[in-house]
Design a protein around this ligand. Structure first.
Ligand SMILES: [Zn+2]
Length: 187
């Protein structure tokens, strides 16, 4: 059962007038609760050709490896959000950030916006949401223990792109959607 966020009355699933989708609608105050996709911002942080990964101390995917990334907050830009997540999850400073991978996941209403960044002074720790953080060479990436498809794809793009480009600022932007079948759709 769902309740109105505005007045607390029991809300109903219905299609509002002039709309085409079912929403939570309050019959008392007419408030309509719109649910829209959420942006996950994060960074692939690189130091001396190694990439910074964090082992998750939270669900979902507890114990699996990920990039520093999380839901964007009101009041910050995307790149600020990516930098904040890097501090929170890896106690590290991401610098020279370039937008690198965008993933739409329409089935669950998420959009990943991931930057390619350098690790400032090569320093990192372990953030509160991580069990441990570490720098990985390509050969040591725990591919079977990567938390999310978007993270796996970002790592694969990076190791492929760095064969062709010397400067991170020259790396191309990757824009894909991830569906239930995990088929790659490029724009
Ligand atoms: Zn209401």
């Amino acid at each position: 059962m769902a309740y109105c966020l505005q007045c607390g009355h029991q809300a109903l699933q219905q299609i509002p007038d002039g709309d085409s989708k079912v929403r939570l609608v309050c019959p008392n105050c007419a408030y309509i609760h719109y649910e829209n996709p959420k942006i996950i911002c994060g960074a692939l942080v690189v130091a001396d050709n190694n990439v910074l990964l964090c082992r998750r101390a939270i669900e979902p995917r507890y114990g699996y490896w990920t990039l520093p990334a999380g839901f964007m907050e009101i009041g910050e830009t995307i790149v600020q959000g990516a930098a904040r997540e890097t501090v929170e999850e890896a106690d590290a400073i991401a610098v020279n950030s370039h937008l690198y991978c965008i993933f739409d996941i329409p089935d669950i209403g998420q959009i990943y916006m991931l930057y390619l960044s350098d690790l400032k002074d090569g320093k990192f720790g372990t953030g509160v949401e991580s069990l441990e953080c570490a720098l990985f060479a390509e050969a040591d990436i725990p591919w079977d223990e990567i938390a999310f498809e978007a993270v796996k794809r970002t790592l694969k793009h990076y190791f492929e792109d760095r064969k062709s480009y010397l400067q991170h600022s020259d790396f191309p932007l990757h824009q894909e959607s991830i569906g239930k079948d995990k088929r790659i759709k490029r724009y």
